[in-house]
Design a protein around this ligand. Structure first.
Ligand code: MTE
Ligand code: QUE
Ligand code: MOS
Length: 750
């Protein structure tokens, strides 16, 4: 599978932060951080560290020229702790030395004294103490209180889902270089260049125009570099600014795992009511989000949990409340799905438990309640595309769902110590930033006199293939060969006020901006061609596959000549354009509106084989029918789907974060934190592209793909539960992810 970076990647030619050519005299940063989860800083002694070999400076809160504030949504997070530390790993200072080793040695010589204060790690406890990041949020439709009376079955339980370490291949890092006039250039591995720029300007008390941020690509982000690339970039910028020397700061892997935020763990309660036919009449849920010690993106993530609390189902009466709870752990942050997976896991658990009590397979209830056109989500938006059912039905026909179920049953009747399980997982994911103003982008398209083209947008390439897609979009829009087009780095001096590359909107937003810019250029070029060919109106000119047509007739004018002519006629062959998603709005008082441009739909069927002696398991297959709209690049979309599925299964099954009673992360290395590897991923992944579903709300009729497939992984949890119940029919079911082999084994024999 190749995308445009593949060849350079395998040759080691692609540049990441650690590969940036460094200016002479560059210094290296290392972070000194809190060893306790909550407490007062009583004494900080840098004196022997400052005398340590190679040390050029130590910077902490008191050295900040501007504000010691990096909070984006809520201003509640210091770059460096002032008098109180709020989690193990809370940065206190950055040491800068002539080598990484010298910086690290000096950090060890810093003497800090702390007075411990009581710490909270559990979100429900935090909620009891009213330690909330923002007031509770509630989405409501219909009237649940009245609806319970009409239900034949009412089922309640609680659900736990764990955090997840991003484990991007490239750890957090940046290089900051002082530039003339007191400005600073920051090369950062960030999904949000403007967030880095804005925050550096705030901390350094500089106007934003004096801070330039450049991003070539990331070795993976997955949401972990949306907000949390910022502190390390700003620390490097601060040191570079103070010392007037370039500073490189890259977190070593273990520090990255310890210091940075992860997916939010959630603890939730549900109550679901159904009639005899399996129709869900009412659903009530309360979500306790473990936000960690500062807001970060938690409020936006909390909202997405509510937006997706009913997944692909129509439920007429819903009351869902979500609380963002402040605890003494590193601030949790964006991770593929952005709170959606946590919300969906709860309703899938509710359906699973209801099915168990009703004596049916969960897929019977899932199917009965799928969204159809005209249905209303709890947030007021109406369903316009009937793809939930299309995808589910194709799982039944194309992938012979009943046959898979029959074979699993047969296998289980013939085998005692090895059992199989199967589950179906529908997904419906809303596409747009739910913070409406973020749904904008701009593009800058330069055509050079030799006919080559450079494109700049806000999109950050992090392995998701956005550059490949943008190149295709640009080539189609200008009707020229992709070979002419280069996608440039993401740079705040070329593209201003960027939204982060997130919410799966990178290709959508920036793709539309490119289309708009290319329209302007094409229009100008047709005018030039009309004049050059003395052809009258430019409406008679068409540019197709680099050939210029006049009234449908091929002309002798080449594309290269046309570009030359435009330049010589002093017509600009550069265009800049903006795009904003039309027709979306959301009222955060009533929690109603039309927040999403569209939804992405799909269904997966997942099979697992469980070794009931060892508790180990292997996923045999994941078969998916997914709505890609009219895919721009099938290879990239398939890669996103497979990667998302593997990551989703990892979250639900093997990836387990464990903190001790003091709030210290014990699983801070790959020896203790297990992620899916090539042996663990499903033996077979088959992805069917739902056919004939062009999406008028996406560029070239495409759909966003980055996040939605992650949630197919939730089906892995229920497939595994089914395999366990085949071995132990009276299994006591706890809805608690991840379902590690250890947990499986213990519950099979308890
Ligand atoms: N795929 C790869 N290979 N690496 C990544 O970091 N991030 C995911 C997804 N797929 C990611 C990825 C997340 S969290 C998002 S929001 C989208 O890609 C962002 O890119 P897009 O908007 O261009 O889809
Ligand atoms: C999905 C997302 C994001 C989101 C909303 C979504 C996201 C993000 C923000 C956000 C919200 C408010 C801010 C801000 C960012 O909202 O990634 O800076 O002030 O960053 O539905 O992925
Ligand atoms: Mo993705 S979690 O929106 O970066």
């Amino acid at each position: 599978m190749s995308n445009i970076d593949s060849i350079r990647h395998v040759r080691g030619e692609s540049l990441f932060i650690d590969d940036v050519t460094l200016p002479e005299g560059v210094l290296y940063g290392y972070v000194y951080y809190s060893p306790i989860a909550h407490g007062k800083i009583q004494k900080l002694d840098f004196s022997s560290a400052l005398k340590s070999e190679g040390v050029r400076g130590i910077f902490s809160a008191k050295d900040i020229p501007g504000e010691n504030q990096i909070g984006g949504i809520v201003p509640d997070e210091n770059l460096f702790a002032e008098d109180t530390v709020h989690f193990i790993g809370h940065p206190i200072a950055v040491v800068v030395a002539d080598s990484l080793i010298h910086a690290r040695d000096a950090v060890k010589k810093i003497k800090g004294e702390f007075k411990k204060l009581p710490a909270t790690f559990d979100p429900r406890q935090a909620a009891k103490k009213n330690e909330l990041i923002i007031p509770p949020r509630t989405f409501e439709i219909g009237n649940v209180d009245q609806a319970w009376g009409n239900c034949d079955y009412i089922v309640e339980d609680s659900v736990e889902s764990g955090g997840q370490e991003h484990l991007y291949l490239e750890t957090q890092g940046s290089v900051a270089i002082p530039i003339e006039g007191g400005g600073i250039k920051i090369i950062s591995a960030t999904q949000g260049p403007t967030a880095v720029q804005r925050t550096a300007a705030r901390v350094l008390a500089l106007p934003m125009h004096k801070v330039e941020v450049d991003v070539a690509r990331l070795g993976g982000g997955f949401g972990g570099k949306e907000d949390q690339a910022t502190p390390w970039a700003v620390m490097a910028a601060l040191a570079a600014y103070k010392l007037n020397v370039a500073v490189k700061l890259i977190l070593p892997r273990q520090e990255d795992i310890r210091l940075t935020g992860k997916r939010h763990p959630y603890s939730s309660d549900f109550k679901v009511g159904l009639n005899k036919e399996g129709k869900i009449l009412a659903y009530q849920a309360t979500f306790y989000q473990n936000a960690g010690a500062a807001a970060d993106l938690s409020p936006a993530i909390l909202d997405r949990t509510l937006f997706h609390c009913t997944n692909s189902y129509f439920v007429p009466n819903v009351r869902a409340t979500a609380l963002s709870c402040r605890t003494n752990l590193p601030p949790f942050t964006a991770f593929r799905g952005f709170g959606g997976p946590q919300g969906m896991f709860v309703i899938e658990s509710a359906i699973y438990k209801a099915a168990q009590i009703m004596g049916v397979d969960p897929s019977v209830i899932q199917k009965k309640n799928l969204l159809i056109e005209g249905d209303e989500f709890p947030y007021g938006q109406k369903v316009v595309q009937p793809h939930a059912k299309k995808c589910f039905y194709e799982i039944e026909t194309r992938f012979s769902k009943n046959e898979i179920y029959r074979k699993v049953k047969e296998f289980n009747s013939e085998n005692k110590l090895v059992k199989k399980g199967v589950a179906v997982m529908p997904v419906c994911f809303g596409i747009s930033f739910t913070t409406t103003f973020l749904n904008q982008a701009s593009a800058l398209v330069h055509i050079y006199t030799d006919g080559s083209v450079t494109i700049s947008t806000a999109a950050v390439e992090m392995g998701q293939g956005v550059n490949a897609k943008l190149r295709i979009i640009a080539a189609k829009s200008l009707s020229i060969s992709e070979k002419r087009i280069k996608i440039d780095s993401t740079n705040t001096s070329r593209i201003s006020n960027t939204s982060p590359t997130a919410a799966s909107k990178g290709a959508d937003l920036n793709g539309f901006a490119i289309i708009n810019a290319c329209k302007i250029l094409t229009e100008r070029l047709r005018h030039v061609a009309a004049e050059e060919l003395k052809a009258g109106a430019s409406s008679q000119i068409e540019i197709k596959d680099e050939v210029i047509y006049h009234n449908g007739e091929k002309t002798d004018l080449t594309f290269d000549q046309l570009i030359q002519t435009a330049y010589r006629n002093r017509i600009s062959i550069t265009a800049q354009a903006h795009h904003s998603t039309p027709d979306i709005y959301f009222d955060t008082k009533t929690n109603k509106g039309k927040p999403f441009a569209y939804h992405v739909y799909g269904t997966a069927i997942i099979e697992v084989t469980l070794d009931c002696l060892r508790g180990t398991y292997q996923f045999d297959s994941v078969k998916v029918v997914h709505d890609f709209g009219g895919s721009i690049d099938k290879v990239v979309d398939l890669g996103q789907t497979e990667g998302g599925i593997a990551q989703g299964i990892g979250w639900m099954t093997m990836e387990e974060l464990i903190w001790n009673d003091e709030g210290k992360l014990l699983t801070d290395a790959l020896s203790t934190y297990k992620v899916p590897d090539v042996h663990f991923v499903p033996k077979e992944i088959r992805v069917h592209f739902l056919e004939n579903v062009p999406n008028p709300f996406g560029p070239l009729n495409s759909k966003a793909v980055g996040e939605p497939p992650f949630m197919y992984g939730i089906g892995a949890y229920f497939a595994l539960l089914n395999a366990m119940r085949a071995f132990k029919p009276d299994l006591k079911i706890n809805f608690s992810a991840p379902l590690t082999p250890e947990k499986v084994l213990l519950s099979l024999y308890s």
